[in-house]
Design a protein around this ligand. Structure first.
Ligand code: SF4
Length: 923
């Protein structure tokens, strides 16, 4: 065996060197020979096949073999460069004659079992095998024709994924992508030697297997053995544009290929800080909605109950006249706006400016009201800032994750995959607090399966044990917090027997989880709507923040409080002032100094009274106080609670303006419809859940008859006499940077490929971790709040003994207006009700039966899926399909502080459906 010894090299005495073809280059700790060569000689110096940028080194194909010696021109050993660590004093010969011959021979052997149909192959011109074969100089295959696998059948079962394993070169990249990136473990290698072959699940088709359709295998495959129906590896595209996914708050970067102004396919860039070459099926595949025949393509005015197509000029005149009249006759507060978290920051800024500076009211709100408003409020109360304290990248620095009320593998899939990878690794600690046995809960060390609505009880128990076990970080508490003594006194008075009984979680399990969190060197928390969408949502968020204060888990890598934001730009819409109490930059609209600043900046007087939150808008409408409401990209009829009340409110409003892509359930109640543009048709910025402001770049022209939403608002502002320049992201960001303090250093030009995490200083320096030395409010604030049972159960549980909680499924997004217009609809075809086997047996319900769910608000029918993912007495369903309209039965009970609806606790009773609605639904 060749032994390597350290030798001294040129230059700095501390720098260690190795040699490539006799020339010395500095080495870096932890790098492989391949990464060393790539860094100094470029990516093309050594050919590879089984290596991929987002996968661990594997060393199976040996194409990257290089000759390595201990002295110049000394005796060499052939080593696979991709998985051999570089060492000081090594002499590397990447392309010696024997190495070149070896590579050629390897490729010849691969080609003996590979179809030579390059001209008709999807990846012709972009095939890694073809490329390597050309580079190593293959002109013929010297080996005789023998047994092969060229007759393998194609798998065309899946709406997106395809496989033709006759083209497989057994490099394992797909298997590793499925394991290491997604953590789905669907693909594996079966058989031995010549019989070894890739299988899906239990040797099934893609569609029949547990594949989550993320496409990681397709992107990883170096040939077309696994691909997708959009042929994302073909070289047909003429242009590629980098932009940001429109679905969830993870904010994945997408490389979008176009030909002749049409999107043809999407891939994930490996250099994207957020998603590192990965996406879920929504980001990668669910884009066909953008030019779907259902797209609204003309402004519409409803006359005599019928929508009529009108010109943009006519609709602007019509709206300006109506709004001016309502403002004059009933006051500006008779008008309200709901902005959209699907739109860009710049568009949200414009919408709140339009409502405040042109209409003259603070009646502006957004979908954060129905998801994370308690997060913003709770974290502002405790820290002073209502946003994630750290970044997802911090998973590399943490020892413990606490995931509360979130199902990230479905709702935030790329982050979910990272959390799952964390949970699966030995030595890491993971705690899940959730009524459902989610995918993450199955891998967790501690799963606290509490009764829905009892987060506050369980979190108080956790903090009780941390204090009584002496695990509180007293130095941190003394230096950086206030209110602890009173808080502690009140907390230690909780009745553990009662908390254990109401939550249904064994106190010993709570204690063990609390100790695991408190004793971890670094612990991070992640929470979702299972925390916020409760009558005590804000208090639960404050407790999660207090938990971090109590244990000193704040202000450094690998710790903090990290809300998993729902919609793609829900963080940004709130940052831009889409809320009735805080203007752009979270400035208090009632503060006279702030008011003076806004007046001066906008050049008109803006109101200083807090406006209506969304539920208050509906109440005002029903009370006859609201004359007009302008709703952008939000299907309130389908997604807000208590559907019938929302409908009554819209019917009671004289003018309902809906700016949308499709004729949604809400648009049907509009008086005026304005056709907006999708994320592919405009530029701007989205801010993801880790405060990362990223550039959204226009990929295609808006479809005929539509306009970017920002331009529609600008047109209306000008029509109503307020001078506002045309919508451009650079121009808007320059304006926003002057009024939103934490955007001060952001320009369109300096966003680069990976954006910037706010706050961004004037010199462009951004911030990965908040609260490192102090909190925005000075000291972190402890406040005790006791558990209080929701009124939904105290009032209704006797007659409606089951608790329904709502959830999201991977395949669809929110009201489904976009995903239901893609092939995702073939993967998940309808909403379904999760019901525990014993509850199903009690009601004689079988898998697939229609179940009638009845609450004090009404009834809906939904198909049963029998599963122990929910505990006895708890049911769970989604709200993606308007045919079901689950929100007909949800309540309009809200979080006491932020007015976020309590979707997560609905008192219901169940029975097998009598079939009437079933027949309707099936017809
Ligand atoms: Fe889009 Fe979220 Fe999926 Fe990423 S994880 S591709 S942002 S839906």
């Amino acid at each position: 065996m060749v032994e390597f010894q350290a030798v001294s090299g040129p230059g700095n005495i501390d720098t260690k060197y190795a040699y490539i073809d006799g020339q010395a280059f500095p080495i870096q700790k932890g790098e492989t020979i391949l990464s060393f060569i790539k860094r100094h000689k470029g990516k093309k110096e050594v050919p590879t096949l089984c290596d991929a940028p987002n996968l661990e080194p594997f060393g199976s194909c040996r194409i990257c073999s290089v000759a390595v010696a201990l002295e110049e021109n000394g005796k060499t050993k052939t080593l696979a460069a991709c998985h051999t660590p570089i060492a000081e004093g090594q002499y590397i010969y990447p392309n010696s004659a024997p190495i070149k011959e070896l590579r050629k021979n390897i490729i010849e052997l691969v080609l003996t079992d590979h179809p030579l149909d390059c001209l008709t192959c999807e990846v012709n011109g972009n095939c890694e095998l073809q490329d390597v074969a050309a580079r190593v100089g293959i002109r013929e295959v010297r080996y005789p024709k023998g047994a092969n696998h060229l007759d393998r059948e194609k798998d065309l079962s899946h709406p997106y994924m395809t496989s033709d394993l006759s083209k497989c070169i057994n490099c394992y990249r797909c298997v590793r992508a499925c394991d290491e990136v997604q953590g789905a473990f669907v693909l594996s290698m079966a058989g031995r030697g010549f019989d070894s072959h890739i299988i899906k699940g239990m040797n099934q088709s893609f569609m029949a297997s547990d594949c989550v359709s993320c496409g990681a295998c397709s992107q990883a495959c170096p040939t077309s053995a696994i691909s997708d129906v959009f042929q994302s590896k073909a070289i047909t595209a003429t242009e590629t544009t980098r932009t940001i996914c429109t679905y969830c708050g993870v904010g994945c970067n997408l490389d979008i290929s176009t030909t002749n102004g049409e999107v043809v396919s999407i891939r994930a860039p490996y250099d994207a800080a957020v998603n590192e070459g990965h996406t879920c099926l929504k980001g990668r595949y669910a884009f066909k909605f953008y030019n779907h025949p259902d797209r609204l393509n003309s402004p519409l005015i409803k006359r005599n109950g019928v929508f009529e197509k009108v010109s943009w000029e006519e609709v602007y005149d019509y709206l300006a006249a109506k709004l001016t009249h309502y403002k004059a006759a009933f006051g500006a507060d008779s008008i309200a706006g709901i902005s959209s978290s699907r739109c860009t920051n710049e568009e949200n800024y414009l919408m709140q400016k339009f409502i405040r500076a042109v209409i003259g009211t603070n009646n502006i709100d957004g979908c954060a009201r129905v998801c994370h408003s308690p997060t913003a409020l709770g974290m502002q109360r405790t820290f002073g800032t209502g946003a994630a304290t750290n970044s997802i990248e911090d998973l590399k620095h943490t020892n413990c994750i606490l995931v509360i009320g979130a199902n990230p593998t479905d709702a935030h899939p790329v982050t979910g995959a990272k959390l799952k990878q964390f949970a699966m690794k030995a030595g890491n600690v993971s705690i899940v607090i959730d009524p459902r046995r989610t995918e993450l809960a199955r891998y967790a060390d501690y799963h606290l399966a509490l009764r829905p609505g009892t987060n506050v009880a369980v979190l108080n128990m956790m903090m009780y044990y941390i204090i009584t076990e002496g695990l509180a970080d007293e130095a941190f508490i003394a230096a950086r917090t206030e209110g602890f003594d009173t808080y502690k006194e009140e907390l230690l008075r909780i009745d553990l027997d009662e908390m254990e009984a109401v939550s249904g979680v064994d106190r010993n399990l709570v204690r063990a989880a609390a100790m695991a969190y408190a004793t971890a060197p670094n612990a991070m928390s992640f929470h979702g709507l299972g925390v916020t969408e409760h009558s005590q949502g804000t208090f639960a968020v404050m407790q999660i923040a207090d938990l971090a204060l109590l244990t000193g888990n704040i202000g450094r890598p690998g710790v903090g409080v990290n809300p998993l934001r729902g919609q793609n730009n829900v963080q940004g819409s709130a940052d831009m002032g889409v809320q009735p109490h805080q203007g752009a930059g979270y400035l208090d609209v009632t503060n006279p100094e702030v008011n003076a600043r806004y007046n001066q900046f906008y050049g008109v007087d803006v109101p200083a009274e807090i406006g209506y939150k969304i539920p208050e808008m509906f109440d005002a409408a029903l009370a006859g106080k609201l004359r007009a409401i302008w709703i952008i990209g939000e299907d309130v009829v389908q997604t807000d609670p208590n559907t019938q009340k929302v409908i009554r409110a819209l019917e009671a409003t004289d003018l309902v303006v809906v700016q949308e892509l499709f004729m949604t359930e809400t648009a049907k109640y509009a008086d005026v419809i304005l056709p907006g543009a999708s994320f592919l048709e405009k530029s701007g910025t989205f801010t993801n859940g880790e405060r990362r402001v990223q550039a959204v770049r226009q990929v295609v022209e808006p479809i005929a008859g539509t306009k970017p939403d920002g331009q529609i608002i600008v047109d209306m502002m000008n029509k109503m006499g307020y001078q506002q320049d045309d919508y451009t992201p650079a121009g808007m960001l320059a304006e926003i940077a002057q009024i939103v303090p934490f955007f001060a250093g952001i320009t369109w030009e300096n966003l680069g490929s990976n954006g910037k995490q706010w706050p961004v200083a004037l010199d462009g320096t951004d911030t990965q971790i908040l609260h490192q030395n102090d909190f925005k409010r000075g000291k972190g604030y402890f406040e005790f709040n006791p558990f209080v049972e929701t009124e939904e159960l105290t009032e209704n549980a006797k007659d409606y003994p089951y608790i329904l909680t709502t959830n999201r499924e991977l395949e669809h997004y929110n009201c489904g207006a976009m995903t239901r217009r893609t092939e995702n609809e073939k993967i998940l075809t309808s909403d379904f009700l999760m019901i525990h086997p014993l509850d199903a047996r009690t009601h004689l319900i079988q898998e697939g039966d229609w179940v009638c769910l009845e609450s004090p608000r009404g009834k809906v029918d939904v198909k049963a899926r029998i599963t122990d993912e929910v505990r006895q007495g708890v049911l769970s369903t989604t709200f993606h399909f308007p045919e079901i309209m689950v929100n007909n039965i949800t309540s309009d009970i809200h979080d006491s502080e932020a007015k976020c609806p309590e979707y997560k606790v609905v008192a219901v009773r169940i029975r097998k459906s009598k079939g009437k609605i079933k027949a309707l639904a099936e017809s």
